[in-house]
Design a protein around this ligand. Sequence first.
Ligand SMILES: C[S@@+](CC[C@H](N)C(=O)[O-])C[C@H]1O[C@@H](n2cnc3c(N)ncnc32)[C@H](O)[C@@H]1O
Length: 215
Amino acid sequence: MIKFDIVTIFPNIVEEYINTGILRIAKKKDLVEINVHDLRRWTDDRHKTVDDTPYGGGPGMIMKVEPIYRAIKELKKKNTIVAITTPKGEKLVQKKVLSFSNKKDLHMIILCGRYEGFDQRIHDNLVNYEFSVGEYVLSGGELPALILVDSITRLLPGVLGNEQSLETESFTNDLYDFPQYTKPEEFNGWKVPEVLLSGNHKEIEKFRKNSQKMV
Ligand SMILES: C[S@@+](CC[C@H](N)C(=O)[O-])C[C@H]1O[C@@H](n2cnc3c(N)ncnc32)[C@H](O)[C@@H]1O
């Protein structure tokens, strides 16, 4: 089974998301295991400190190496991918997500940053996958971690009610999904294309194929 260990200083944000919708169902069906860990568990001072000021000066705080080192030491197994969320990382794309979802015994630790990011020694010595969700800066790594977990989990066999939807989904075969419509047939003068109401499955398929754009 695919397993994720998400390490964060805000476990509540992550818990809320993984216990809702598709991820909740996937966990319930035992198709994925998602554990959320409070990084402060691996601190050893009274204040449970996870950050400190930067050497060389400058604004903001930096995530300390020791609690993260201890967390990884405890959670890591033989083939674990230790992933770090960072704007400087490899941009996450569907092909990569698909390749992760095909690894049946995938175990991933995902480190969520906050403040000005991580002590560079974490990047250099403790992780083997650095990923970014796009060219913008978020306040923390919780959303990127959830994006990774969600995008992988929904591809696992048995997770989605209708697996057929994966076949035409955006980015499959380097195409976007085709445009979809639902009732009513007309709203505000905006009509559903005639062909979709025709019942002619060959023509509908042709229309859909022609309206899928290349990624
Ligand atoms: C405020 S950001 C730190 C930004 C860092 N000082 C920089 O300029 O690259 C805090 C944390 O949010 C996460 N984060 C922010 N933007 C991200 C992105 N585009 N992709 C992945 N993680 C991101 C990372 O974990 C990062 O350590």
